[in-house]
Design a protein around this ligand. Structure first.
Ligand code: ZN
Length: 78
């Protein structure tokens, strides 16, 4: 069960202070205390360092990396 927890965080005050100016990159909503969030790759160019809600991300077992859901679907072959 541990593999899926990589790069996964529960929003605390520190995360709120650091990231809530922009909010979630995937849905543009603000984070709330206790939300499950992940650092994910996506259509943005700076390498896999955008914080988004876990429910909007997919964990890729091959690369052991979180991807923004829509972006990941476009990556998938077929
Ligand atoms: Zn979101």
């Amino acid at each position: 069960m541990e593999s899926k927890t990589e790069n996964k965080y529960i929003v605390d005050l520190n995360i709120l202070n650091t990231h809530n100016e922009k909010g979630c990159e995937a849905c543009n909503r603000k984070f709330n205390l206790g939300d499950s969030v992940v650092f994910a790759c996506g259509a943005w160019t700076d390498d896999c360092a955008r914080l988004i809600h876990e429910s909007e991300a997919v964990f890729d077992e091959n690369t052991r990396t979180w991807y923004e859901r829509r972006y990941y679907r476009n990556l998938a072959p077929g």
